[in-house]
Structure formats: C-alpha cells, structure tokens
Design a binder for this molecule. Structure first.
Ligand SMILES: NC(=O)c1ccc[n+]([C@@H]2O[C@H](COP(=O)([O-])OP(=O)(O)OC[C@H]3O[C@@H](n4cnc5c(N)ncnc54)[C@H](O)[C@@H]3O)[C@@H](O)[C@H]2O)c1
Length: 335
C-alpha cells in the first residue's frame, strides 16, 4: 500500500511511519512542522511540506503519489491551549480535517485511519470506558476530535470512505529512533523525565482522589503498541475486509487503544525513580478542574476487530524506553 501519513513528523506519526515502512508499505509524510520535527521522518519516507487542510495541494499529492490510504495523525492536541484558543483548534482540527476529507473524495482515496483521543468521552460514567460511551468532551480539543469523527462517519455513508477511528489513551515510550519531544510539554512521563534532568519539579495535581494512593490513574500505552494497531487498522480498511463494515463505508469503526489497566501519577514517579535511580523532584498541588480520578480504556473491541492488544504494558519498560531515548538524544531533534 502507499500510505499518506499526516503529522508523520510528530511523536505518534513518526513511530508509526517506521512501523509502516518495516511492514513494506510506501509512506508519504505530510507535515507542516508546526509541532513536529523534520529529523523524525525516516529517509525511506517521502516528505512533503504541506498543510493537510489545503484541499487543492492535497488532492494533487494524493494523485501524484498514487495514495491508497490515509493515516491522519496531524492535529493540534494540547488541552490548555485549546481552552485558551478554541478558534485555532476548530480551524486546524475541524476545518483542516474537512479539507483533508474533501481532497480524499476528489482524488478517489477511500481508506482512512484517524488518530482520535479518549478526550472525546469527557467525564465517563463507566470505567473502563467502552466505545459506545456517550461522547461528552469537556474541552475544545476533545470537542474538535469528536466533530471530525462525526464528519468522517457521514463522509463514509455518502462518499464511501472506509475508516477506523482510533481513540488513544495516554501514549508513552519511544522507538529506538523516535521519541516524545513537545514544546510546551503537557504529558506526565516526559515532564517527569525533564524534572530528573534538572528541569522544573513535577506537580502532582491532587493527592486526595478516591484511588489507592490518592493520585489520578491513567491508561499508558506504549507508542510501539500503538504503531502496531495503526498498521492493523490500515490493513483492515481494505474494501473486501468485513472487519471495517460493508464495502461502502457506511458503518465505520471506532476503537479504543489502551491497555485496559492503569497506573497512578505516584506509580509513574516511582517507576522513573527505579529506572533512573534518582528521586523525582516534585510537589503536590491542588486538583485540576475536569480531571477524573480514573481514565482507563475498555480495549476489548480492538482485540476482537483487529486481533490487536497492547504487549508492552510494564510501566518500568515504558518509562525506561522514554528515558533511554532522551539519554541518547540529549538535544532532542536539534542537530
Ligand atoms: N500523544 C498522546 O498521548 C495522544 C493521545 C491521544 C491522541 N493523540 C492524537 O495523536 C495524534 C498525534 O499526536 P502527537 O502526540 O504525535 O502530536 P505531535 O504534535 O507530536 O504531532 C502532530 C503532528 O502534526 C503536524 N501538524 C499539525 N497541524 C498540521 C497541519 N495543519 N498540516 C500538516 N501537519 C500538521 C505537526 O507538525 C506534528 O508533526 C494527534 O492527532 C493527537 O490528537 C495523541
């Protein structure tokens, strides 16, 4: 297959690109490098400096590169930024996303996998969260992803785009080549590792939650497991593959990607201390608004549909791979 990956210079995208190349697929990365890194794109992939919402340029790229399927990883994805600037999130994630869909329709590309997020669920009634839980996002980031999911569903019904929407929980870890390097960083594990490298102490937002150690529990999924799931999902969008519904794209699939298990904030700090042998500088602050005590995926459907499950679930190994990557790339992607 020839697969166009939007956001392929970002964290999840770049590791997935490695996996797709290793499986023998041709890869075209479209990325505007707004939060990604040119050096994260492996030389075996074709890189195109484009905004994925540019309908005309994307239509041309689909045709010229003879694209069979799209993995849409590109997005703005920082929750506090989305609250401060919802316009940016609606323009990029929704309007840009519709532009990408329009270009797919124009060029006759009918296979799509979307990087969606657990943020579409908001504050869940049931944990582990099943895919049929109501979508009640509590921030513009989650709302824009839910909007794009909904558009994809109707584009499937009307224009025959066969899709899988993958709702990730907390992605972590690294491949040998690529790791997590965001600026600003908002994810716990890189913040913990940065604190160990002499950066700002970590703040634990609340230690009085109804959990065993009082801190919030989240579902951490290794980025290599996520990459495996993307490969399986892309292959499952083949028209003759009944796993993604009827050939006309009228019943798209949404799948949670997590481990169905969770680790607390304090457990992450303890793992980092075991891995590095150094205490993590930290302080305890007040709870953050909208932080549920436990957010864990019910990931059984991904197992049933794709035959996939997370294999790299040991927290020390996840944190260890992130630490190892940072140790080998002390300047991140700067050369
Ligand atoms: N990292 C996580 O824990 C996590 C969790 C849930 C969902 N997700 C989703 O996974 C996807 C990837 O996340 P990530 O952590 O790798 O983010 P990232 O910021 O590292 O990667 C996003 C990439 O998209 C590119 N991009 C953004 N807007 C673009 C545009 N208009 N045109 C072209 N390229 C553009 C950026 O330059 C960047 O390379 C996102 O869609 C995000 O919502 C991530």
């Amino acid at each position: 297959m020839r697969i166009l990956v939007t956001g392929g210079a970002g964290y999840v995208g770049s590791v997935t690109v490695e996996r797709l190349l290793a499986a023998g697929h041709g890869v075209i990365v479209v990325d505007d490098l707004s939060t990604g890194h040119r050096a994260a794109v492996p030389p075996e992939a074709t890189y195109v400096d484009l905004r994925y919402g540019d309908v005309h340029a994307m239509t041309r790229a689909f045709v010229e590169e003879r694209v069979d399927a799209v993995l849409h990883c590109g997005a703005k994805s920082i929750v506090p930024e989305s609250v401060a600037d919802p316009a940016l999130y609606y323009h990029e994630n929704v309007i840009g996303g519709i532009g990408l869909l329009d270009a797919m329709v124009a060029a006759g590309v009918r296979r799509l996998v979307l990087s969606s997020t657990a943020a579409v669920y908001g504050l869940p009634d049931i944990v582990p969260i099943p895919e049929d839980a109501p979508l009640r996002p509590i921030n513009p980031y989650g709302a824009t992803k839910a909007s794009l999911e909904s558009a994809i569903r109707w584009y499937g019904v009307a224009y025959g785009i066969r899709s899988v929407r993958l709702r990730y929980f907390n992605v972590a870890g690294a491949s040998d080549r690529n790791g997590e390097m965001h600026d600003p960083e908002s994810h716990l594990i890189p913040l913990v590792l940065a604190a160990l490298e002499g950066g700002r102490p970590v703040t634990i937002f609340g230690d009085d939650y109804p959990t065993p150690d009082g801190t919030c529990i989240r579902d951490y999924i290794h980025v290599l497991d996520l990459a495996d799931a993307h490969l399986a999902a892309l292959e499952a969008t083949a028209p003759e593959d009944a796993r993604t519904g009827p050939p006309d794209g009228s019943e798209p699939v949404a799948l949670n990607l997590g481990t169905s298990d969770g680790y607390s904030v304090r457990a992450v700090l303890a793992a980092a201390e075991r891995v590095t042998g150094t205490p993590v500088p930290h302080r305890v602050g007040p709870r953050r608004a909208g932080d549920p005590p436990v957010l864990v995926a019910d990931a059984r459907l991904a197992g049933a549909v794709l035959g996939w499950r997370a294999m790299r679930t040991d927290l020390d190994a996840i944190v260890g791979s992130a630490w190892e990557w940072r140790r080998r790339h002390p300047d991140g992607y700067r050369v």
